[in-house]
Design a protein around this ligand. Structure first.
Ligand code: SF4
Length: 321
């Protein structure tokens, strides 16, 4: 995950709640992808360390457990770049230019210049991130599926060219609720300024929810609404599923107005966020503990990465100098 600032509800629903459960089934490795973040934020790189730390606090607050998982910062393992370099050589340009996520981001992100060589090659670094640890599965959002497919293609091409079976196919793991829309109905993203952050205060959560887009056809209180066309309702479905039939009824019967409906949702969201914020505060008050967690993660990740790169060099160059 890229450290581009404090995490939001989209990260919780689309990734973190899933990651937390995956720790029961898999040996998990979670990387702070600061080199990926640099591709979009190279003009604000001085904040990367702060962002990385803040994000790890959010991870720990959401249940990522350093006793069961490896947590590390990507830029502390240079082997990611070595493997990316080798993969870059064998990745046809067309694979990257056709990538739908890349095209969407070029269209949607207008506040920063991302028309760079590195940004086009984003999925190549991602393939290196995955294959360096020979991951069997990667938990991703829907928008990342093309990148996982590219990682598979790169792995197959590497194996074919160097006559090896070093890399296996990796699977994508999607959460049951992979996509939470932002306040304005677009994908939730810090770049679009339409997110509720995990660390937002009660007051800010209420204010943001009060501005959410609703059913555009419900203009007056007495107009019956169409919950299936309302983003507020989709939040109920994710965060307050036991209330959805009641919401459906009061909306279609015009028994409650949107302001009241949003107020009830805000109460729920605040109760979802409160325990996360309390855990976050506990870690934030002990920064040395968090630094030790990252140091231990770096050592464990480095051990795996070194072994893979030894095998990669043997496969590519056949002889060491
Ligand atoms: Fe949406 Fe609730 Fe308003 Fe219905 S009452 S349109 S579900 S905000």
């Amino acid at each position: 995950m890229r450290p581009t600032g404090r995490l939001h509800l989209g990260h919780l629903v689309g990734a973190l709640s899933n990651w937390s459960k995956l720790q029961d089934q898999y040996d998990c490795i979670f990387s702070v992808a600061d080199w990926h973040a640099l591709m979009g934020e190279y003009e604000n790189a001085s904040r990367m360390t702060e962002y990385s730390f803040e994000m790890v606090l959010d991870w720990l607050a959401c249940g990522i457990d350093p006793k069961r998982a490896i947590i590390f910062i990507q830029s502390q393992i240079p082997a990611h770049l070595e493997l990316q370099m080798i993969f870059s050589c064998l990745t046809p340009l067309g694979w990257l230019e056709r990538n739908p996520t890349y095209k969407e981001q070029l269209r949607e992100i207008t506040s920063r210049d991302i028309q760079t060589y590195a940004f086009l090659g984003y999925p190549v670094l991602q393939a290196a991130d995955i294959l360096l640890y020979k991951a069997q599965a990667v938990p991703v959002g829907e928008d990342q599926l093309p990148h996982i497919e590219l990682a598979r293609e790169i792995a197959r091409r590497f194996n074919f060219l160097y006559k090896t079976e070093l890399f296996q196919d990796c699977d994508a793991i999607l959460t049951p609720t992979p996509r939470l829309l932002g306040l304005d109905g677009r994908k939730m993203s810090k770049s679009y300024e339409n997110a509720i952050n995990l660390s937002d205060s009660e007051e800010i959560v209420r204010e943001k929810i009060s501005k959410m887009f609703t059913d555009p056809k419900r203009l007056r209180l007495k107009d019956p609404g169409h919950p299936d066309q309302c983003n507020v309702y989709s939040y109920y479905q994710i965060f307050a599923s036991e209330q959805t039939s009641a919401v459906h009824e009061w909306c279609t019967a015009a028994a409650k107005g949107c302001t009241e409906c949003k107020g009830i949702l805000a109460d729920r969201m605040i109760s979802v966020l409160r325990p996360i914020q309390e855990r976050r505060q506990a870690y934030a008050s002990k920064p040395d503990v968090v630094k030790d967690i990252l140091k231990e993660g770096q050592q464990k990740a480095q051990a795996i990465a070194s072994e893979t790169m030894q095998q990669v060099r043997e496969a590519v160059f056949k002889h060491e100098l």
